[in-house]
Design a binder for this molecule. Structure first.
Ligand SMILES: O=P(O)(O)OC[C@H]1O[C@](O)(CO)[C@@H](O)[C@@H]1O
Length: 465
């Protein structure tokens, strides 16, 4: 059940001269790869790399989460995550990967857990829509915020807190579980005061690296996912990544390839799973890659403006919208295909329309054959025009392989941070927008920011049509 990464079509010998990676360029990176590996290993489990301990040190937490999940399943019909960014993307991606694609529409006796929603926006219509379809008295809300201060999440929390209290009085507290820092932020003291159940995000686990800690584990367990297998998959990948030789370490080799690709002007990383179950993995990856690597300054404070733009794509659906650009457009992208060895279902295309050979040839083939053929064909079409791609194959989509995949991308990101000589674990570029929002809504302490905003030159009518 090991996932495999195929780098063949990243290489110049396949893409054609100047369009892929020369073997000599790869060899030239060996020293840097070793240094990146050493640097990451030195920080293992420390500082912002505490997520490297997640596969190993959560035995007790897993027990607690599984017990909590069983209790939630027994007493409730709905489970709603309130969170955003890393507090939402992982739970959504893992649920989509490992449960029925139409999980919420299954009858109760066929669903391994309650109806599940992840609310990661503050669109008032979406809030109302959620409240229209759930029975709040039969719902547990998991408020997830590492910082415990995120306005989007806290505003959703305030809304449901009031609604629950109005509907349930003192029992409202049994319907909120908070996942947050054990010692900082505003959510923690609120949860303690109100008597909500609490789970903690370890200090050195940032939002986008948190799927394999209680942030992701509780929602997964509630929906019947085997979280021990998920962590076992992560541990398996971690063992592969302990090897310092880049030829043996998939995440390290991948980071080396991406670094060379960036040097060659491939500033876009397209993630293209050929499985609906993996479609939200691209969303999760997009935050991981964008927030971690998109940085103004390097570790010495020099302006570098680095990063590689992640793009979400879905095979085969987006063959009919984006692939034209990927084949014939500029040499600015690397495509990563996520391939599935064995789908969980085999579906045979019915025979028919024998008098129309352009249609009848499909009959008797399986959809499995068709989707694999289309992926192979797209990979080939890209290659023919000199475009770089790599393919990650999961033998099956299950908790063990998904655990590997998540951890692999986290490790690749950590190595990339070393190659780019940046802090892959902060996100200063998001702060300005947050502070301006606080100022606009009159949060105490943000008066100066409000004045700064008010002093903006007014927009001109001549530029509004
Ligand atoms: O879990 P929190 O602290 O609410 O943060 C939500 C998200 O906001 C960010 O801080 C900024 O987008 C992300 O890094 C994070 O995943």
């Amino acid at each position: 059940m090991r996932m495999r990464v195929d780098f063949n079509y990243m290489m110049e010998e396949f893409t054609g001269a100047g369009r892929g990676i020369a073997k000599s360029a790869l060899e030239a990176k060996r020293g840097a790869a070793l240094a990146a590996h050493k640097a990451v290993e030195l920080k293992r489990g420390k500082g912002w790399l505490e997520w490297m301990s997640s596969p190993y040190d959560q035995g007790e937490v897993v027990k607690e989460i599984n017990a909590m999940a069983a209790d939630i399943r027994e007493k409730n019909d709905y489970f709603v995550v309130l969170g955003i960014g890393g507090s939402a993307l992982g739970p959504s991606a893992v649920q989509k990967a490992l449960n029925h694609i139409h999980y919420n529409d299954l009858p109760g006796d066929k669903r391994p857990g309650p109806i599940f929603y992840v609310e990661d926006n503050i669109d008032p219509e979406r809030m109302q829509a959620l409240l229209d379809v759930i029975d709040i008295k039969k719902t547990v809300f998991n408020v997830i915020s590492k910082s415990g201060n995120t306005s989007e999440t806290m505003s959703q929390f305030l809304i449901v807190k009031k609604l629950l209290e109005d509907a349930l009085g003192a029992d409202a507290k049994d319907h909120i579980i908070c996942t947050t820092s054990s010692h900082s932020g505003s959510l923690l003291p609120i949860a303690k005061k109100e008597g909500y159940r609490l789970l903690f995000v370890p200090d050195g686990v940032g939002g986008r690296f948190s799927e394999l800690c209680p942030v992701g584990l509780l929602p997964a367990a509630v929906c019947g996912i085997d979280i021990e297998e998920l962590l076992a998959g992560a541990a398996y990948m971690d063992q592969l990544c302990r090897v310092e030789d880049m030829d043996e370490n998939p995440a390290l080799m991948s980071a080396v390839m991406m670094k060379i690709a960036i040097e060659m002007g491939r500033n876009i990383s397209v993630m293209m799973p050929y499985a609906d179950s993996l479609s939200l993995m691209s969303d999760w990856y997009a935050q991981l890659w964008a927030e971690s690597l998109g940085k103004l300054v390097d570790n010495e404070g020099r302006e570098v403006r680095t990063g590689q733009t992640p793009v979400k794509s879905l095979g085969v659906t987006d063959q009919h919208s984006q692939v034209q650009l990927y084949t014939e457009g500029p040499f600015d992208k690397v495509l990563t295909f996520l391939k599935v060895g064995e789908y969980r279902t085999t579906y045979t295309i019915s025979e028919g329309c024998e008098d129309v050979p352009s249609v009848s040839f499909l009959g008797g083939h399986t959809m499995n054959e068709l989707i694999q053929a289309e992926r192979d064909a797209t990979e080939y079409a890209l290659l023919k025009l000199g475009k770089m791609s790599m393919t990650i194959t999961l033998p099956e989509v299950n908790a063990f392989t998904v655990g590997q995949l998540l951890y692999y991308f986290q490790m690749e990101t950590a190595y990339m941070g070393e190659f780019l000589n940046i802090d892959a674990f902060n996100q200063p570029g998001v702060e300005e927008g947050k502070n301006a929002t606080y100022a606009l809504l009159g949060r105490p302490g943000y008066e100066e920011k409000k004045a700064e905003l008010d002093a903006r030159p007014p927009k001109k009518d001549e530029y509004i049509i």
